[in-house]
Design a protein. Sequence first.
Length: 324
Amino acid sequence: MTSRRLKRVLITGGAGFIGSHLCHRLLDEGCEVVVFDNLLTGRVANIDSLLGHERFSFQHYDVTNYLYVDGPLDVILHFASPASPADFEKLPIQILKVGSLGTHKALGLAKAKGARILIASTSECYGDPEVNPQPETYWGNVNPIGIRGVYDEAKRFSEAMTMAYHRHHGVDVRIARIFNTFGPRMQLNDGRAIPNFFRQAILGEDVTLYGDGSQTRSFCYVDDLVEGIWRLLRSSYVGPVNLGNPNEMSLREMAEKVISITGSRSQIVSLPLPPDDPKVRRPNIDLAQRVLDGWEPKVTVADGLERTHEYFMAELERGERSED
């Protein structure tokens, strides 16, 4: 691990699911945290408990515009972007802009401030992979003009620009390729599998699978991901690093687990499979274990689902009270 000073940190997208967890972790580590978020998919509720903190500040701002932070800045965490498959059709231009213009602005600020920058990339860079598990050396199988392509190519471009700034301008960069992550602060209407399954099961609705549910995913609890990001941020490794849980399961198996945890009587129903939906998704984390002091997920999927269930139950109850 490097001894780089990590005192003042900017998190773009810091009111989002993962971003808000990073805010808490960095404050716990003694950092001053500045958040920029346009709240397109982020929520003030995710950072509400931090708004009075003396080392925390929030600005409602779109980072695809000119990006400036007064004073010194040691680190930038670029996490701004819609990330749910439901957003790929609803917010395609915004996704492409934040992956390109937003990344460009963040890298320019890192260059100006002499700051280290960590880019949130994604396992979607691998597309519908022909290699399983996916190592960082695999270049992927992506349809650039498909519905999912807006997110896949935005993140691939983001990685390319990040490495260009590193090679051409000497910017100190890190790239986290994040695999499926879940936990508290996901939105119930997020559109991803686990929030969908929980919302439907808790409400007693049919639990919907796309296709027959045999496609696989690897689910990492958010606390483990944040630990991996923290270690990557402090490491000396430049280049993409997979962060995720290598334990693979089918989406049908996950739906059954959620129904069991909630005690629901929901039935599983199938809908048509969306175009280019990956058939498999599993990280090879050998590199992460080697360069991040043996990092690997510690929270089991079962324990993570229990904690997430508690959060979603509280969210639904809060929503019902607000409607009364």
